[in-house]
Ligand binder design. Structure first.
Ligand code: GUN
Length: 315
């Protein structure tokens, strides 16, 4: 893959646009910067006699990807000076058992943030569990109160992956105003919230947003019109070079595990973007791994500190 795009400046070419070199949106670097700042704030917080931010993560079952994400969330909390508690339930846990865990965490004044890792086993109703989390502790931003407040532009917890994308765009000072953003995917975790956030009257925001999904007609044609593409559908290598306009900003949210015998783990993590082919056409692009995934954790921790600060204000 060539890192720099060659400008198309042939004298006979009627379209003589000069394109800037492609730049990688480095999630590792930006997440590290966010975490350093959180670490400093947490230390100041403690020095001022305030409580240590405390995140409780609940993991039901043994899904490999969920195990990895939750372990990473807990580890990052510890590195940043937060307290963390991991509560594990077996794959066969009942909905009543999980309800009891969430209710206990809601009542525990020492806990600032609660996250229940999704997906949950099929015997448990996810919507019911999400709605049960105290909105003041909803650091995932999935509770209907958080979603409603976000839609109305009120202060709220913003779901971690979309929040991480906004932090990346902001860090690289990417112009979003008046741009056409195409979001592929309409999940409650990424597609729908990022479409709302990019459309908000703020920075990053003020985009004209198109949300594509499995029933969208002429998806490739719509993507070709995009200044910004957020690929969040969970299909490795879905976004091809002929679906991307020259100079577009491409955000890859995909993190699918695909078998790879050359890896010790036996799998590789693949994004939704055919990176090698797409990257030379972009102004900015996120890699996988090393892009949005790391930002998700940094954003979750920002939400946790926010939850803790709010509590310090109230109490
Ligand atoms: N599963 C995939 N992404 C997420 C996330 O951001 N939060 C939770 N709780 N579960 C997830």
């Amino acid at each position: 893959m060539s890192k720099h795009h060659t400008p198309t400046s042939q004298p006979h070419c009627p379209d003589m646009r000069i394109f800037a070199p492609m730049q990688i949106l480095d999630g590792k670097l930006v997440a590290q910067t966010v975490k350093e700042s959180l670490k400093t704030k947490t230390a100041q917080h403690l020095a001022a006699g305030k409580k240590q931010p405390h995140l409780a993560a609940v993991l039901v079952g043994h899904d490999g990807a969920s195990e990895t994400y939750v372990a990473s969330k807990v580890k990052n909390c510890e590195e940043t000076g937060f307290k963390s508690t991991l509560i594990r339930l077996d794959t066969t846990a009942t909905e009543a058992e999980l309800v009891a865990v969430v209710e206990k965490l809601n009542q525990d004044t020492g806990i600032d943030g609660i996250l229940v890792q999704l997906p949950l086993p099929k015997q448990i109703n996810e919507d019911r569990i999400i709605s049960l989390i105290d909105p003041q502790k909803d650091v995932d931003g999935f509770h209907p109160v958080s979603v409603g407040r976000m839609v109305q532009g009120l202060p709220s917890f913003i779901p971690a992956t979309p929040y991480g994308i906004l932090l990346l765009l902001e860090h690289y000072n990417i112009d979003t105003q008046g741009k056409h953003a195409v979001v592929i995917g309409r999940s409650n975790i990424v597609g729908r919230p990022i479409s709302i956030l990019l459309n908000r009257n703020s920075y990053p925001g003020n985009c004209t947003v198109t949300v594509c999904h499995s029933h969208t007609q002429n998806l490739a044609g719509i993507c070709r019109q995009a200044d910004i593409i957020v690929a969040a559908l969970g299909r490795p290598g879905f976004l091809k070079a002929d679906m991307v306009k020259e100079g577009a900003v491409v955000i890859d949210v995909g993190i699918t595990r695909v078998p790879d015998p050359s890896k010790k783990s036996g799998y590789a993590i693949k994004g939704d973007v055919d990176f090698e082919a797409v990257a030379p056409k972009c102004s900015y692009i996120t890699p996988v791994p090393g892009g949005v995934g790391l930002m998700t954790i940094a954003a979750l921790m920002k939400n946790t500190l926010y939850a803790c600060e709010q509590k310090n204000i109230i109490s």
